[in-house]
Design a protein around this ligand. Structure first.
Ligand SMILES: Nc1ncnc2c1ncn2[C@@H]1O[C@H](COP(=O)(O)OP(=O)(O)OP(=O)(O)O)[C@@H](O)[C@H]1O
Ligand SMILES: [Mg+2]
Length: 268
């Protein structure tokens, strides 16, 4: 029951959906806390399923997944209090007429007990977070009117403004241009450096973040690799997952992955 220093402790985890499909099987890994961690893998490799299992939103069919020693099934309330979660873009409802400020403040209010009122401190922190991703000017704008990339930035700000020692972001860079990516990545890095928090981020492109993440989990329904970014940026591992066109290039002393997912070889 007690807190451990393992951000993740996963043993023999399998998750099967009601249609009988195993999204994950024989998943075993652990990651020390605090960490800035990336989860990569192609579409359908079980990345979102792993996060949902960790949060207790889906039950394991076998094995267990623990965060900070808390079991996803037994301690799901504790986990949900500890975690700020930004779901994948297609799972965010746009029919609620909330303004940018309401979304950012939600990060502050969600973990309060009712009645939930925003204090001046809540507003200051929400504004600071929006400023970090250059969205403060849109404070009064209805959220559904924003572009996809602007929405991603507001959702990242909501996570930054929130409470809880773990941030989980499912593809925060999806559909964003280079400028939005830079703002999001820089804001997350700065936040990780200045606060005692772990950040877990699903991404299709390791390149914008490989210099700052401490560990990378490469997933394809099971663990294909886990370790420091340079150990995962390995042709043998990447071709197992992304096929024979995956490559590593070295430029200015850094390694970059070239996979269909990273988009670099888009024009091949
Ligand atoms: N609610 C569901 N019911 C049935 N099968 C599902 C459900 N959600 C996901 N799956 C299946 O589980 C597998 C893993 O899906 P998941 O969403 O975890 O992949 P992912 O790695 O996050 O992919 P993406 O990069 O496209 O977001 C897929 O084959 C998917 O079809
Ligand atoms: Mg997903």
């Amino acid at each position: 029951m007690s807190e451990s220093n393992l951000l993740f402790d996963v043993k023999d985890l399998a998750v099967r959906y009601p249609n009988g499909e195993y999204a994950l099987h024989h998943v075993n890994f652990s990651v020390e806390s605090p960490s800035f961690m990336a989860i990569i893998g192609p579409n359908g490799s079980g990345k979102s399923t792993l996060l949902k299992a960790a949060l207790g939103l889906i039950q394991p069919t076998r094995g267990f997944i623990k965060m900070m020693g808390y079991d996803s099934v037994r301690d799901s309330h504790k986990i949900q209090r500890m975690v700020r979660y930004v779901p994948q873009r297609d799972q965010i409802g746009l029919n609620i007429p909330m303004k940018v400020k309401d979304i950012a403040l939600m990060g502050r209010l969600l973990k309060k007990s009712p009645p939930r009122f925003a204090s001046s401190k809540d507003k200051r922190i929400a504004k600071e977070a929006l400023k970090q991703v250059d969205m403060l000017e849109l404070w009064e704008r209805p959220f559904p009117e924003l572009s996809g990339g602007q929405r991603q930035r507001v959702l990242v700000a909501r996570a930054l403004a929130g409470k809880g020692s773990i941030l989980i972001l499912d593809e925060p860079l999806a559909g964003t241009d280079a400028e939005s990516q830079r703002l999001i990545v820089d804001a997350l890095e700065e936040y990780h450096q200045n606060n005692d928090v772990s950040i877990i981020m699903v991404t299709h492109d390791l390149n914008p973040i490989h210099k700052m993440v401490r560990s990378v989990l490469l997933l394809k329904r099971t663990v294909i690799g886990i370790g420091a970014p340079c150990s995962i940026m390995d042709v043998e591992l990447l071709t197992k997952v992304y096929g024979p066109t995956a490559r590593i290039v070295e430029y200015a002393g850094h390694r970059y992955c070239v996979t269909h997912d990273s988009g670099i070889d888009r024009h091949e």
